[in-house]
Design a protein around this ligand. Sequence first.
Ligand code: ZN
Length: 336
Amino acid sequence: MKLKRIAATTIAAMALMACSAGSGAGTARADAPQERAAAPADSFSADTAYALVVAQTDMGPRTPGSEAGARCAGWIASRLRAAGADTVEMQRGSMRRWDGQVLPVCNVLASFNSGAPRRVLLVAHYDTRPWADMEADPARRMQPIPGANDGASGVAVILEIARCIGRTAPRAGVDVLLVDAEDSGYSEEIEPGLNPGNDTWCLGTQMWAERDPYATGVKPAYAILLDMVGGAGAQFHREQFSDVAAARVVDKIWAEAAALGYGSTFVNSRGGAVVDDHIYVNRAGIPAADIIENMNPATGTFPPTWHTHDDNAANIDRTTLERVGKTVLSLIYKEK
Ligand SMILES: [Zn+2]
């Protein structure tokens, strides 16, 4: 994903494109009395989530079309089946990258409690960036990154949530979308001078959206995207596109985190605007919020490991994974 520095008018225009049913002004009331989370959210294991990050980075970079990427997709599918998903599907196709290369794309879709009328969609990308654009050493910029935070962290948290809901079923249904080819987008550092626009990112989610995923079946009430949710000491601010298209979803997540005592991690103030998979989920008519570290104090944007070779498992923080996982899981158990 990439950070956008854009005018408020652009954000408003994007909000109009996002035919969101869930948009509405409002701020999370972190101090409001909240029902304490149901105990099942405590079943989320930070150690298991961390091990699931390591399992992915051990495969090597999961760039689109790579052998490691295919192995990761198969591993994700088998974990979802083992967790008890009603359906697991590999959605295959191809998408054209900004430089003309055609990428094979394989998204992994799953559904838990598929008959439930109220549903939540969880989204993350499992692919990793083919380049280390932000690496200090220019000689290493064209090498793929490990993608422990940028990719593996979101997948790990969702797979651990899947294990938990497979053991103790929530009343709501949960759909899972783990996409390929999010992170092959254009950047100036790779090839200066092109201006191909924002749609060079999130190719897997664009392919999913183009196929009208809920033409039949129950459309989820909302979606939560997890991206870079494992940084050391990470703080999550309200991402701007989420706030415009799905403010009520952002409110719910941040209020749930506050109720769990994670208010210092989920900071209830405006963060950056990020081009990420949630934009296309919103355009598909599902209000979607992005949990992403986008105001790191050292950089002002993403964490310092972003798109570098330091985005490895050693820089993943179990506490961050746990706080995100328990917040989302607790929210899921409250849905009915
Ligand atoms: Zn990225």
